[in-house]
Design a protein around this ligand. Structure first.
Ligand SMILES: Cc1cc2nc3c(=O)[nH]c(=O)nc-3n(C[C@H](O)[C@H](O)[C@H](O)COP(=O)(O)OP(=O)(O)OC[C@H]3O[C@@H](n4cnc5c(N)ncnc54)[C@H](O)[C@@H]3O)c2cc1C
Length: 326
């Protein structure tokens, strides 16, 4: 069955999460001897898009019309629908990020297609089409069987590693479906750039801190530690609510869900709403001065201690390790 992978290019780049979704779609297509096509929405060079060939994508449809220069989920859904019609795709893959969360349900309604949001594994196709996702704030997995002819999945970043393939992808302009399109709203130029050098959603290493840090003036040591190990920074919800840290760093039930290889939580109690966004992490390290903090129950490693003493020592140890292993 032909597969369409729909991704948004950010700053002209194919993100790590987009490559994962492309590879995921290519693996599903390969299962039935079909082709996987990538629909790229946004501005990106052909050289950048051709990289999709290295994970099994045979063709890229490139939509870079002015209507998609700002995020407009209705325009994105319109292009995606046209791409489904053009490719005859029966399975459509999105990244489970801000864009995928807004566009996949719209496309699902347009196509009357079953949708599973936030899948964490390849579908099981031996008996129907069964997709796994986390439920109950990450405490359990559920398997959903999609019974409709057209199936839509959004893939949680860092869930299924990409598989490298030999091959190249052809690139085709795909703007015609937006000719004459007039957006029902205007986007004012209020885009706020994310801070931090490493984007949080797909980061493999994350250093996160909570109210235990006492105030925004103390985040320098968290950022230093993150810089030493090449990690993204994150925070608990109250920290972003009070304005100590930007909202895009807030992880949890009402923030973003992440699945890094390593999550270091400093001065965070481990409330269920926080865990909901981070308990898919492969290894969790908790630093907290209270030995009874609930987060220790979810931790692989724990340090009972004062963050203001532990963080500088940890940073020093990482630096020493790096210099010895450079
Ligand atoms: C509907 C709903 C949705 C929510 N969604 C989210 C969400 O998405 N994400 C989220 O994070 N929260 C969310 N919350 C809030 C959540 O319930 C907790 O209140 C919040 O996670 C607590 O943040 P915290 O751990 O930073 O602060 P606190 O609970 O105040 O914990 C601070 C921790 O720091 C430790 N500490 C203090 N000083 C030090 C020190 N010097 N060194 C080391 N440790 C120290 C303390 O022992 C304590 O464990 C939600 C709540 C509700 C009701």
């Amino acid at each position: 069955m032909p597969v369409l992978v729909v991704i948004e290019t950010s700053k002209g780049k194919l993100s790590k999460a987009a490559i994962e979704a492309a590879s995921y779609g290519a693996q599903i297509a390969a299962n039935s001897g079909a082709q996987a096509t990538l629909l790229s929405i946004g501005e990106a060079s052909n050289d950048e898009l051709a990289k999709a060939g290295s994970v099994g994508i045979s063709k890229v449809l490139k939509c870079d019309a002015s209507a998609v220069h700002h995020f407009d989920p209705q325009a994105y859904a319109k292009v995606a629908q046209a791409a489904v019609e053009s490719t005859g795709a029966k399975t459509i893959i999105f990244v489970h990020d801000r864009s995928g969360k807004a566009v996949a349900p719209r496309l699902s309604a347009k196509l009357q297609a079953g949708l599973v949001s936030g899948a964490v594994a390849l579908p099981e196709m031996s008996n129907g089409f069964v997709v796994s996702k986390n439920v109950f704030s990450g405490k359990a997995f559920a398997q959903y069987k999609i019974n409709t002819d057209v199936k839509i999945i959004s893939l949680l970043p860092n869930s299924v590693p990409p598989v490298q393939k030999e091959g190249s992808a052809s690139i085709e302009a795909f703007n015609s479906s937006l000719e004459g399109y007039s957006s029902p709203f205007t986007t004012e130029n209020k885009v706020r750039e994310e801070t931090g050098e490493i984007p949080l959603p797909g980061a493999e290493l994350v250093i996160s801190a909570g109210r235990g840090l006492k105030g925004p003036e103390n985040w320098g040591m968290v950022e230093d530690l993150a810089k030493t190990v090449g990690a993204a920074t994150a925070c608990s919800r109250p920290v972003s609510d009070i304005g100590w840290r930007p909202h895009h760093e807030h992880v949890g039930q009402t923030g973003i869900a992440i699945r890094p290889n390593l999550y270091i939580a400093i001065g965070i109690s481990g409330a269920i709403q926080h865990l909901a966004g981070v308990n898919g992490s492969k290894v969790i390290v908790v630093i907290n001065k209270d030995p009874e903090a609930p987060f220790f129950k979810a931790a692989d490693y724990g340090v009972v201690g004062d963050a203001f003493e532990v963080i500088p020592k940890l940073n020093e140890a990482f630096r020493k390790f790096k210099s010895q292993n450079a």
